[in-house]
Design a protein around this ligand. Sequence first.
Ligand SMILES: Cc1cc2nc3c(=O)[nH]c(=O)nc-3n(C[C@H](O)[C@H](O)[C@H](O)COP(=O)(O)OP(=O)(O)OC[C@H]3O[C@@H](n4cnc5c(N)ncnc54)[C@H](O)[C@@H]3O)c2cc1C
Length: 413
Amino acid sequence: MRVIVLGAGIVGVSTAYWLAKDGHDVTVIDRQPRPAQETSFANGGQISASHAEPWANPATPFKAIKWLGRKDAPLLWRLTRFDPELWAWGMRFLANCTTARTAINTERTLRVALYSRALLKDLNQSCKLDYDRKTEGILHIYRDGQEFELACRAAETMKNFGLNRQVVDANACVAMEPALAPSRSSLQGGIFTPEDESGDACRFTQELAKLSQALGTTFLFDTRIKAIEVEAGGFKAVLTDKGAIEAQACVVAMASYSPQLLAPLGIKVPVVPAKGYSVTLKAGPGAPSVSLTDDEHKMVYSRLNDRLRVAGTAEFSGHDTSMNDYRAGLILEKTLGLFPEAGSDPQFWTGLRPVTPDSVPIMGGTKVKGLYLNTGHGTLGWTMGLGSGRFLADILGGNSPAIDPQGLGLDRF
Ligand SMILES: Cc1cc2nc3c(=O)[nH]c(=O)nc-3n(C[C@H](O)[C@H](O)[C@H](O)COP(=O)(O)OP(=O)(O)OC[C@H]3O[C@@H](n4cnc5c(N)ncnc54)[C@H](O)[C@@H]3O)c2cc1C
């Protein structure tokens, strides 16, 4: 079948790869000159399937209130902006913060994340991919006693989902990651997830694009997608600034730009952008080697060979990707507070996480025949990307996907 994939981030390229592997004739369109130049460019690098819990959970509203008005808040909602869609999304997000909804959304997220991590391990066994991969697990560190206690309880509960979360004391944290030694006295303990891993999502996406190209996929870069043409209730063509391109099917994987494209077709996609920041350092002698999550500051650390990537913060401020020097500087400041010799030559970046109100991606068909969605991967697009691509290729090709599709599609809203 001739299929067009819109977007060459981790999600679009993974979708294209699996579709091409299944023998489809695939064309990927993106406005950038190469793959992974937007949200998949410099993210936190973690494949954190064992910690794939939804943002929408009972603790988030209280934390958000506590952080209100604080310029250094890990989560910032710009109250000065009146955007009816963002507010409607916010109400839905709140409705998903109950204990019952969190349990449902956790299971759905884990379904995709664990599947994706397993596929990534398989792919790495069958192909040589160069993307600064590290398979040493992820260590969550805690400095607040109460937060650590809650995390220990959650580790116990998450065993019901088959997750291996190991509770470790502060000494074990330092033994695992000696770069934590200068902060030993402030550490309460950690939670270690040995099966998780890390790597450079941008390099991986580019490597996968090469594999996909070798399977016959065409990439049309520097091409702006303007609209989708529908005829007799079915997908007909994609209209771009370089002309119309026809196909039998189309997958929209344009992250937080998906809703604007689909709205004229009467397809409402509840995905909003949540801006995050990262800083990439030339790793110094005190840079951590194991991938870490600092739960208190909501920051993640991934060692990418001779670089250290640190990412965090969430800001609901529309599609604005401008650099707020204060917030970017905070990430660096907190990094150097924990690891005084973390590194030098900081490179700052911002990206827009495509977030759904229930923190579960939207994957599957639409009311338009031949038009599919693979979007809304929020904080976990790198973790879930490869599996989401395989899932969508199965749905589109009429095969039974390896994971249950219930609750993953647009019809849940
Ligand atoms: C600070 C930060 C840290 C993160 N850390 C992690 C992490 O540690 N682990 C993890 O799993 N996830 C993490 N994420 C989330 C992850 O990066 C995203 O979920 C993922 O990159 C989304 O991939 P995507 O392919 O959907 O989007 P993108 O990579 O943004 O791809 C969408 C593509 O669509 C194209 N496009 C959009 N509109 C148009 C148009 N009109 N015409 C043509 N092309 C268009 C864009 O150019 C882009 O290439 C992080 C995100 C941020 C911001």
